[in-house]
Design a protein around this ligand. Sequence first.
Ligand code: URA
Length: 209
Amino acid sequence: MSKVFICDHPLIQHKLTYIRDVNTKTKDFRELVDEVATLMAYEITRNIQLENIQVKTPVATADCRIISGRMLGIIPILRAGLGMVDGILNLIPAAKVGHIGLYRDPETLQPVEYYVKLPTDVQERELIVVDPMLATGGSANLAITALKNRGCVQIKLMCLIAAPEGIEAVQKEHPDIDIYVAAIDDYLNDHGYIIPGLGDAGDRLFGTK
Ligand code: URA
């Protein structure tokens, strides 16, 4: 079974409070999401592989460690996932970015893939799928399936806020995927909003409504 990590660092929780606040304006909302994404990237990369090297300091030789193994890829689910990309790139500038676009079919209410553009070496990379809100889990599940269908094996999911229903759905369909969140909220309402949540993440990031 996949693990769920709650990133409960005080800085993340402090910033999340302002992200939730209805009075936080678009510019501040965007900056706060960016900052929280950076802090969460710090947590999510805690176990990446290191290798030993030696470097010469001005006075001696030092036994040191550098990152080795797989390079990273960031996969935002359009459009709200875009708001978390730069924050992760601040910490991991060499990561490549792939995009997955999904829309909700008005008849079936199921997410449908309309755009997938991935780095050519995506199968070799450790991937972080990002979407601020894990609501029903439908979009995250479809995005992860799209990656697996293209040969990707190392995938993590990173969201700001999750509903219990979304976590359960992802764990059911993708029991191999670890999920990183800043908070798990109470429930999904009848309109698919996470309660208490933060409203529509895409609208708040991009100032649309
Ligand atoms: N997507 C959002 O942007 N907000 C929610 O509460 C649920 C899904």
